[in-house]
Design a protein around this ligand. Structure first.
Ligand code: NDP
Length: 246
């Protein structure tokens, strides 16, 4: 049974990783899903086809979230195709690690552009356009609390996302729209795994008391709770979904 029939969700960065798991789960829960991606059109289109084959409704929507005009076009496309937008999942993100001493301008600028400005771009549109009863779920990271060396710029962008989460909650007073963030710990996607020595992966796999890496579906489960009927009283919270690493 579809428990959220007729609701429309935009998931940014949904061509793979956590975003793809979120899109798949929200579609299974009955949301119509806009599958945003930056470059990987084939992956996004394959996911849309998979959702449609399973009986769901989805469309792909290319946009670099750091481009405000491109973000506005996703919202325009969703409104034109489906009549409105109920849920924004702000998932698109990149991670580049270096000590602050070794962080060059490109490392700083790219993460600020995609993680912080990209989230701002989508939050601004969502604040203007989400229907009454809507839900906004931002992706932060548990490194905001863990503060590990080399994560300085990345964690700073996510701390900014958490700040906007709290503030937008207040700005949307009276519209019955919740704004929350999920802060995953190490999760088995390209963002986490690529470029890490196996020994580091092994250490981080055992770091949480539950002694495994998060899977994209673990994060999608938490997003589905916040987006669905059971999450309606949760507002302005940062939910760390990380197996207890912090
Ligand atoms: P992946 O690298 O696996 O996937 C990233 C996704 O974001 C892809 O779909 C990619 O699209 C998209 N994307 C990247 N840049 C842009 C852009 N400029 N505009 C639109 N889309 C873009 O990452 P994860 O799934 O691991 O991460 C998802 C979120 O979860 C991120 O915000 C990340 O910071 C956060 N997170 C992840 C953790 C982890 O351990 N994996 C831990 C804590 C937080 P395309 O492929 O088309 O380029």
């Amino acid at each position: 049974m579809r428990k959220d029939g007729n609701k429309v969700a935009i998931v940014t960065g949904a061509s793979r990783g956590i975003g793809a798991a979120i899109a798949r789960r929200l579609a299974a829960d009955g949301f119509t899903v806009v599958v945003n991606y930056a470059g990987k059109a084939a992956e996004a289109e394959a996911l849309v086809a998979e959702i449609e084959t399973a009986g769901g409704t989805a469309i792909p929507a290319q946009a670099d979230v750091s481009d405000p005009a491109a973000v506005a076009r996703i919202f325009d496309a969703a409104q034109a195709a489906f009549g409105g937008i109920d849920v924004l999942v702000n998932n698109a993100g990149i991670m580049k690690l270096a000590s602050l001493a070794d962080s060059d301008d490109a490392l700083f600028d790219s993460q600020v552009a995609i993680n912080l400005k990209g989230s701002f771009n989508t939050l601004r549109e969502a604040a203007k356009r989400l229907r009454e009863g809507g839900r906004i779920i931002n992706l932060s990271s548990s490194v905001v609390g863990l503060s590990p060396a080399t994560y300085g710029v990345y964690a700073a962008t996510k701390a900014g996302v958490e700040a906007m989460t709290h503030i937008l909650t207040k700005e949307l007073r009276g519209r019955n729209i919740t704004v929350n963030a999920i802060a995953p710990g190490p999760t088995a996607t390209a963002l986490f795994l690529d470029g890490k020595p196996q020994a580091v992966i092994d250490t981080l796999t055992k770091a949480a008391p539950l002694e495994r890496l998060g899977q994209p579906e673990d994060i999608a489960n938490a997003v589905a709770f916040l987006a669905g009927p059971d999450g309606g009283w949760i507002n302005g919270q940062i939910l760390r979904a990380n197996g207890g690493i912090i």
